[in-house]
Ligand binder design. Structure first.
Ligand code: NOJ
Length: 539
């Protein structure tokens, strides 16, 4: 695989546009809001911006249900705003990529409206129809099929009812989707985060799964539509017809269940794959399972690096609770947030920060289940309200909901967190007076400034080559508290040590120079609660 040169030294930043900054004060973040904050991103030091969905959408699934893949939702701006955003990023040497939403459309997309009109519609085969549903389950709960009264058949939808899956086995669909990729690349995009690509190939025999059925008679069997052979052919075609002609990056979301053998197949055609393995490494008490976390990160890095492949690294994204509430400690936000930044930013690969992570945003402290708006939260409520108490449902959502990732960005301590001057579409989290950008910009010792410092060390220092290309090796492998690793090349051995627990630990220290730490002092051979250090030995 040959990567664009700039990818090696990229530090990514994902923005969920509706929650980033509301420039026209209507309660919804927008593209001009991102333009107004580009200098903030430049100051932070990132150089690869991933902007989530902004296409016209009924917003059943946060914009992943698209009506028109080539336009901008009125509430978020115009195509001219997007062009300006691309230009403003490029002026600052920031690459910009968009979500390429390939697996499904909205049921309000003109293709689907035409497809459902009758069984003989010209666009019937743009989607996957069946006279009878099989037992496949949807990722958002319930059946993967939805009944359509007009044509008296069922359509496949592995996400929400309003998101019919496209039929990628149809060459016309592929051709339309390839043109779409060209359209954005010609407009100046530097690549894509390719949504849900693991699911482009389905078992087109549509036969029942033999997996054990759940209490609703549904088989939670993702293998019927995940990582199947056909999709690699589709991606190969996309590469030769489109991607090979551009200086771009392609990053596929391959989700849970994908292993190295799948990643090797993907990376023949696309640059990198996002897997989910490091997202939920928790023990039975919902505390970080440090051993498991090290094991999965090591599995992916060694497996990919040995073959010369890059991979993205991240703690969270728009589908995920806040890492501060998960692997961090809300009661010790500064030190635990810096510890998490330290682990992430020196790994092999391309790190991605999610908007708000750099200031330590936490999970929503909502008190009512009605405050949760995400479609998978709503489905969870609907499917469980007869078998669980409201308190149980609330507790589940407080820990797991995707709404946490959509919380309005906390820019200042003013009303609505400086995100907007009017009521935001999703309730602002209650901690914005103590967790916000404005305060942290002023405080030299803040988490935000630590992110800046660490990014700078990664990509603009004498150690850059070691962080980018150096070998990766876990240390303190058996420790249940320490996440430790070495990055090494001919010039330096760099040791990264982070105590992920709220309890002092001891270890055997080598004599080295500390180049980054999250506490003012360091006691040799000890790591204080959440302490992290980066140490160098010159060869
Ligand atoms: C993955 C996206 O990250 C998620 O937000 C979305 O719900 C599904 N794909 C469907 O597009």
């Amino acid at each position: 695989m040959s990567y664009p040169n700039w990818l090696y030294t990229s530090v990514g930043y994902e923005i969920y546009p509706r929650s980033f900054y509301d420039s026209n004060q209507d309660g919804v973040g927008d593209i001009r809001g991102i333009i107004e904050k580009i200098d903030y991103l430049k100051h932070l030091g990132i150089n690869l911006l991933w902007v989530g969905p902004f296409y016209p959408s009924p917003l059943d699934d946060n914009g992943y249900d698209v009506i028109d893949h080539r336009d901008v939702d009125d509430r978020l701006g115009t195509l001219d705003d997007i062009k300006e955003l691309i230009d403003e990023c490029h002026k600052r040497d920031i690459k910009i990529i968009f979500d390429y939403i390939m697996n499904q459309t909205s049921d309000e997309h003109p293709w689907f409206i035409e497809s459902r009109q009758s069984v003989t519609s010209k666009k019937r085969d743009y989607y996957i129809w069946s006279k009878e549903p099989n037992n496949w389950g949807s990722f958002f709960g319930g059946s993967a099929w939805n009944y359509d009264e007009t044509s008296n058949e069922y359509y496949l939808k592995i996400f929400s009812d309003k998101m019919p899956d496209l039929n990628w086995s149809n060459p016309k669909v592929r051709s339309e989707m390839f043109d779409l990729a060209k359209y954005w690349l010609d407009l100046g995009a530097d690549g894509f985060r390719m949504d849900a690509i693991a699911h482009l190939g389905k078992d087109m025999t549509l036969t029942h799964s033999r997996k054990k059925l759940d209490e609703d008679g549904i088989a939670p069997d993702w293998s019927k539509f995940s990582n199947r052979d056909a999709l690699y052919d589709y991606l190969e075609e996309l590469k030769t017809k489109v991607f090979d002609r551009y200086d771009m990056v392609s990053i596929g979301e391959v989700g849970g269940g994908a292993k190295l053998r799948d990643a090797y197949k993907y990376t023949k055609t696309i640059d990198m794959v996002f897997n989910f393995d490091a997202c939920w490494c928790l023990d039975e008490n919902k505390q970080t399972d440090v051993l498991e976390l090290k094991q999965v990160i090591n599995y992916w890095i060694t497996g990919m690096k040995n073959k010369g492949y890059l991979l993205p690294q991240y703690w969270l994204n728009h589908d995920h609770p806040r890492v501060m509430s998960q692997y961090g400690d809300e009661n010790n936000p500064k030190v635990s947030g810096k510890m998490l930044a330290t682990i992430l930013l020196f790994l092999y690969g391309v790190p991605f920060i999610y908007n708000g992570e750099e200031i330590g945003m936490t999970n929503a402290k909502y008190t009512k289940i009605e405050d949760f708006k995400d479609v998978s939260s709503q489905n969870y409520i609907r499917l469980n309200k007869h078998r669980k108490t409201e308190k149980e449902i609330l507790n589940h959502l407080l820990f797991n909901s995707r709404d946490h990732g959509h919380l309005p960005m906390q820019w200042s301590a003013t009303k609505y967190a400086g995100f907007s001057t009017t009521t935001p579409y999703l309730k602002v989290n209650s901690d914005y007076k103590t967790v916000n950008v404005e305060d942290q910009l002023k405080d030299e010792d803040s988490l935000l400034n630590f992110y800046r410092q660490a990014i700078n060390l990664r990509i603009n220092s004498e150690y850059t080559n070691t962080f980018i290309h150096g070998d990766f090796k876990l240390i303190e492998e058996k420790s249940k508290s320490i996440f430790g690793y070495i990055r090494e090349d001919d010039n330096y051995t760099i040791t990264i040590l982070a105590n992920m627990k709220n309890k002092k630990v001891t270890y055997k220290e080598q004599d080295s120079e500390i180049i980054l730490s999250n506490l003012k002092t360091h006691t040799a051979n000890e790591l204080q609660p959440y302490e992290s250090i980066v140490m160098v030995n010159k060869k």
